[in-house]
Design a protein around this ligand. Structure first.
Ligand SMILES: [Zn+2]
Length: 269
């Protein structure tokens, strides 16, 4: 069976529900964490925004509220998608990359951060933000928090700052695998639970066995699709991208080429 489709996504959500897990949005989890088994579904909408709406509809059918972090770039920032997801009762957050975009100019970055936050607040009273990894930039977007507080902007949570990953099990679908963390450069979280999964089926089996952690934060990007052609194209692209990323770690020429390609891809219109 193909993994990372809407069908496999549904099997994951249903497995949690059958095992008695409650779903919370990220802002609710940060402010009023539920007792007992709890899952936060976090979606970084890096691109393919229409896929996010399909995932949001599926969650809504199952009575689940999730959190969607949108970037300001056109591949993510699609007004009808953001509006549609907010209308389904999900949380909208800002997936910020302002320090990387401003090439490290803090003043410029803070100005852009405020402006973009205000923009997303037209759709939803945004109170959560989450950094975008910006893997090809030398600037870590989180440096913003060395000189500023979340509360300065009326915010309550940032997953990389507000979550104790010693207590909350973190899973991410980076590169179409649940163990693809080696391909991530910045969005890396230490695993304190001694659990490792490759496929969604393995996670579902672990949840059903009762050996899955009680508190879970799952990052699922928006590459999950039932379309065979998109699924195949994206799997091929991720395969090449992952290998290029690994090569770039040891080869400056490849790193430069990769950066150029990424910048071209995300160019704003
Ligand atoms: Zn991202």
């Amino acid at each position: 069976m193909r993994d990372f489709t809407l069908k496999s996504y549904r099997s994951l959500l249903v497995a949690f529900q059958k095992a008695g897990y409650r779903f919370q949005t990220f802002e609710a989890f940060t402010e009023h964490p539920a007792e007992g088994k709890t899952v936060v579904m976090r979606h970084d909408v890096d691109e393919k925004a229409p896929n996010a709406l399909k995932m949001a509809q599926l969650e809504h059918e199952l009575g689940i509220r999730a959190t969607y972090f949108f970037r300001i770039v056109k591949q993510s920032n699609v007004p009808e998608v953001i509006r549609g997801i907010a209308a389904l009762g999900h949380e909208i957050g800002y997936h910020y990359e302002d320090l990387a975009t401003a090439e490290g100019d803090m003043e410029k970055a803070v100005g852009a951060f405020k402006k973009n936050l205000t923009y997303f607040r037209d759709y939803y009273p945004v109170r959560s933000v989450c950094m975008h990894g910006s893997s090809t930039s030398k600037f870590d977007n989180r440096l913003l928090w060395e000189t500023h507080q979340l509360s300065d902007f009326g915010l309550v949570g940032e997953p990389y700052l507000s979550v104790d990953f010693g207590k909350v099990f973190y899973l991410t679908d980076t590169g179409y695998a649940w163990d693809g963390g080696k391909f991530a450069t910045r969005d890396v979280v230490e695993n304190h639970f001694g659990l490792k999964f490759h496929t969604t089926e393995q996670i579902v089996a672990c949840i059903a066995s009762g050996n899955f952690p009680e508190k879970v934060l799952i990052l699922a990007h928006t590459l999950w699709t039932d379309s065979f052609s998109q699924w195949t194209t994206l799997h091929l692209r991720e395969f090449f991208r992952n290998n290029l990323k690994l090569l770039a770690q040891n080869n400056e020429g490849v790193a430069k080429l990769y950066k150029k390609m990424v910048n071209l891809y995300w160019k704003k219109v």
